[in-house]
Design a protein around this ligand. Sequence first.
Ligand code: RP5
Length: 167
Amino acid sequence: MGKAAPPQVGIIMGSQSDWETMRHAAQVLLDLGIPFETRVVSAHRTPKRLYDYAASAKGRGLKVVIAGAGGAAHLPGMTAAMTTLPVFGVPVESKALKGQDSLLSIVQMPGGIPVGTLAIGKAGATNAGLLAGAVIALMDPKVDAALEAWRARQTDSVAEAPVDPDS
Ligand code: RP5
């Protein structure tokens, strides 16, 4: 059996509870045939794990990091502080403030340390996967074709007129 391809995208999240959201980024990468890894890395509960992950990401061959977190969501920003890889931040919907806290924590980065911030929740995770795919597609024609096909399937799936769900 051949060796598995090394991951090109790292999907990290602050907690196991974020996986329900972040799995939508993983699904897009699976659809596009991009090898990726998933890790729970908390800026607050496992700061050393975060340091080690971010500091080693580029050297290990990752091209993009997708970081999802909720509440006081420091994970994407702290990751971006320690790597020059593109970092896409996904605000996870929090219970108390519906993810507005997550969004504001992630989006308001100081100039010089960029995080590409997505929408709150599933849409943001899906789009983070697509943006990571778009970055990899610049270097990989197979992924480019898969991304074009993904978008074409989506277009084809949109009905011309609404259907009554009861019929
Ligand atoms: C953040 O706190 C995580 O990213 C998560 O969204 C939130 C809640 O974490 P749990 O208490 O569910 O582990 O660090």
